[in-house]
Design a binder for this molecule. Structure first.
Ligand SMILES: CC(C)(COP(=O)(O)OP(=O)(O)OC[C@H]1O[C@@H](n2cnc3c(N)ncnc32)[C@H](O)[C@@H]1OP(=O)(O)O)[C@@H](O)C(=O)NCCC(=O)NCCS
Length: 185
């Protein structure tokens, strides 16, 4: 498979936002990621389900430096950690990847989602030189869907009843953005 032109396991700076790759996090940051990912406001929207044991989290972090198609970043602004953004399933042949995102649930201010979405689009299109960014979101995740629409993502269909929650099955919406759409923002 074709490789990216640059090493994505490095720290990036977008104005006041620092994006630190998971492969370079210290122990305090690794534990904070675990606390955020397991927070009920975040975990309830993750297709992979709820609580992640700390041991499994450390094993996941230990694999980060050898990843070449999944890249995760801890984002910091002037007030502290704002959240996590990810480029998943990067396909360098077709220049496409899937977005991952969650805000820091321990911070209350509005606008963190917009800041993080701007950063992941910048990383995908201006830095990684991708052509298309896709995402999947559970159909009742209204805050996330609204944030994606505000950022310029477009509805591209749905996988019907793809997510199981208790005794029901919920649609998974597909959304996407192309490089031209990002440029026109
Ligand atoms: C997805 C996610 C990052 C979006 O972040 P968010 O904080 O909800 O979104 P924003 O910060 O963009 O917007 C929050 C509110 O602030 C407002 N806002 C956005 N930018 C603003 C700004 N610069 N100044 C003031 N208000 C702003 C928005 O209009 C929105 O208001 P509303 O709630 O009345 O609609 C967040 O919901 C999240 O982490 N969810 C849990 C994990 C998750 O679902 N991940 C996605 C899985 S697909």
């Amino acid at each position: 498979m074709a490789q990216p032109m640059l090493d994505l396991h490095q720290q990036f700076q977008l104005k006041n936002l620092t994006l630190k790759p998971f492969s370079k996090l210290n122990n305090t940051e690794i534990e904070l990621v675990w606390l955020m990912r397991n927070h009920p406001d975040i975990a309830k929207w993750m297709g992979s389900g709820g609580q992640i044991p700390l041991e499994a989290h450390h094993a996941f972090m230990a694999r980060q430096s050898i990843e070449n198609s999944n890249f995760n970043y801890l984002a910091h602004d002037q007030h502290g950690v704002s959240g996590v953004i990810s480029l998943h399933r990067c396909d360098w042949r077709n220049c496409i990847a899937w977005l991952g995102i969650y805000r820091n649930p321990f911070r209350q201010e509005t606008g963190l989602g917009s800041q993080l979405l701007n950063a992941i689009c910048w990383l995908a299109f201006d830095i990684a030189k991708l052509h298309t960014l896709k995402l999947e979101v559970v159909a009742d995740n209204t805050p996330a869907i609204n944030a994606y629409l505000r950022a310029g993502f477009v509805n591209e269909g749905c996988w019907r009843e793809a997510i199981r929650r208790d005794d029901s099955y919920i649609d998974l919406l597909l959304m996407g953005m192309t490089k031209q759409e990002w440029r026109s923002e």
